[in-house]
Write a protein that binds this ligand. Structure first.
Ligand SMILES: Cc1cc2nc3c(=O)[nH]c(=O)nc-3n(C[C@H](O)[C@H](O)[C@H](O)COP(=O)(O)OP(=O)(O)OC[C@H]3O[C@@H](n4cnc5c(N)ncnc54)[C@H](O)[C@@H]3O)c2cc1C
Length: 518
């Protein structure tokens, strides 16, 4: 194989640096250069390039989607990376969050579809209890994904170390592993990604048995006869969907005016209707006043707007949100924090030079894909690029049954900024939704009256979590509803419904009766 010598690189490298100029980002992109050189000279270029560039030593603390993505990106750019994880690679997302919950939700969705299917419902016998097998499958999904990430990290020659790490200064990390083993690791740059932990409520202390958090809920092996879920955020409503489908009697308690605060009100009202139709008791404007432990289970006193309710439950699941994990010795390294999280700039840099922080630990929007993008930004900046976390609309998906997905401004937010137009399309009029057996749902589009630009898209129903990806690109690029309405969509698919919702903004939906008035 052709091997490049020092001279080849320098003579080659200088005459055409433009080749590696990433026009879109407007900066010199070392990754592009590595890829170009690899395509010309083979993989041997990678190690050599590291030597030429003087390999940067990067230590990442925390192996969740913030940390492991940062590690991979830094390695792609030529850094020598050590990733320290005290528990399992993949962090909360893979082991205790996104992936296990979505595996359970996928199975209970299938169960619900079968139960409601006129063709297959007879297959589900009375008393059918799939909990053991869906928990086992969830474990397999998690293990396979964790192994996959470990393999990718290995392919990038990221060194994974197990143990508890802490920062000692802007260039030093201490690793504690085993009983007394202590290792000091020097680094040119450090990325902190220690994640978040469950938020507690005064008077409700999880004991892992009767009062549980999402961690224990993901490990249960017996379906509780009744469960009270405190907190109507996305984790609470997703678990309400899971336990309801498994046959528990579910009570969901939210202190605010409605569940899923901050989301488009029309979707939330619809979801609440569906949850209640399926037998979930939803108490809003309500709070737990007292918990009485009984021999078997709990008696929960709830103050609602209508008065006091007593609810008996085998288990209470506390899901009132998560808070940044701020257990590291930040002051030693001069890193500023607040209760909201580690303070960072839009380049993900902390107040201490060479130390970056990403993910749930910096607060803001605590979601895996936000953590990962922050990881990329941090890695690129410490490798000499100049990236900022862009202020773009972030899509949100909630995997209830039916699903909810949302991006951009809600009707209320958009109205506060100017005049708007609204388009709606019921999924019942979309062949793909009807065929799927899940016809309940709605697409709502918020557009500017002045220039027809799409400001927000809010979906409840079949395929919402996939459709929102298209909607996100449209909102981000400032596309007009009339522009998207001209795109041809395959048939029968749900993007046809999206197109109809955009057409409906101007009263032109094809598969809806003629509007009564313009
Ligand atoms: C039930 C549930 C469902 C969720 N569902 C979704 C979803 O569907 N979609 C979504 O986008 N997000 C979801 N999330 C949120 C998502 O899991 C987090 O936003 C994401 O994991 C944050 O990534 P992170 O890398 O910042 O932190 P984490 O994933 O928490 O990773 C941090 C890691 O750092 C390690 N660590 C901490 N301190 C140290 C130390 N001192 N030394 C060594 N290691 C350390 C921890 O062990 C952990 O593995 C869910 C969360 C929960 C709890």
């Amino acid at each position: 194989m052709f091997e490049i010598s020092n001279n080849t690189f320098w003579s080659f490298g200088y005459w055409n640096l433009e080749l590696f100029w990433d026009l879109e980002i407007g900066i010199w992109d070392p990754l592009l250069m590595v890829q170009e050189l690899q395509s010309l000279f083979g993989a041997s270029v990678e190690g050599r390039l590291g030597n030429y560039m003087g390999q940067k030593r990067v230590v990442v603390i925390g192996g969740g989607p913030g940390g492991y993505v940062a590690a991979i990106r830094a390695s792609q750019l030529g850094a020598k990376v050590i990733l320290i994880e005290r528990d399992k690679i993949g962090g909360t997302c893979l082991n205790r969050g996104c992936i296990p919950t979505k595996s359970l939700l996928s199975d209970v969705k299938l169960l619900t579809i079968l139960r409601r299917s006129p063709v297959f419902q007879s297959l589900i016998q009375k008393g059918f209890n799939p909990l053991e097998s869906i928990m086992d499958r969830k474990e397999k999904v998690v293990q396979e994904l964790v192994k996959g990430i470990e393999m990718v990290l290995e392919s990038y020659r990221v060194t994974i170390k197990s143990g508890h790490a802490d920062v000692l200064g802007s260039n030093q990390v201490v690793l504690l592993s085993g009983e007394k083993e202590k290792e000091i690791i020097e680094a040119d740059a450090i990325i902190l990604a220690p994640g978040s932990k469950t938020k507690n409520l005064p008077g409700i202390s999880p004991d892992g048995e009767k009062i549980i958090t999402s961690d224990e809920a993901l490990r249960i092996r017996e379906i509780p006869k009744e469960i009270v879920i405190v907190g109507g955020g996305y984790i609470g409503v997703e678990f309400a969907t899971i336990f309801n489908a498994l046959g528990s009697e579910v009570t969901l308690i939210e202190i605010l005016e409605n569940i899923l605060p901050g989301l488009e009100g029309e979707l939330v009202r619809n979801l609440r209707r569906f949850l209640e139709r399926d037998g979930i008791n939803v108490f809003t404007n309500s709070k737990v006043e007292d918990i009485h432990r009984m021999e078997k289970g709990l008696r929960v006193t709830v103050r609602t707007q209508q008065g006091v309710e007593e609810v008996s439950a085998e288990k209470l699941l506390l899901s009132v949100g998560r808070i940044p994990n701020l257990e590291l010795n930040f002051s030693k390294a001069g890193i500023e924090t607040s209760s909201a999280g580690i303070r960072v700039s839009d380049r993900m840099e902390t107040t201490t030079p060479h130390i970056y922080a990403v993910g749930d630990a910096v607060g803001g929007i605590l979601l895996a894909y936000v953590a990962s993008e922050q990881g990329v930004v941090a890695a690129e900046n410490l490798m000499g690029m100049n990236r900022k976390m862009e202020d773009t609309p972030i899509p949100v998906c909630i995997f209830t049954y039916p699903e909810i997905a949302s991006v951009g401004l809600t009707e209320k937010e958009a109205k506060a900024k100017g005049e708007i137009k609204i388009g709606r399309f019921p999924l019942r009029s979309n062949p793909a939704a009807l065929i799927s057996g899940e016809p309940d749902g709605l697409i709502k589009v918020v557009a500017s009256k002045e220039d027809d630009k799409i400001l927000g898209v809010h979906i409840i129903g079949h395929d919402a979590s996939n459709l929102i990806s298209i909607a996100s690109s449209l909102v981000r690029q400032g596309v007009k509803t009339k522009e998207f309405s001209r795109f041809i969509q395959a048939h029968p698919t749900t993007p046809e419904a999206l197109k109809e919702a955009f057409l409906n903004v101007n009263g032109l939906a094809v598969h809806l009766p003629k509007p009564l008035r313009k």
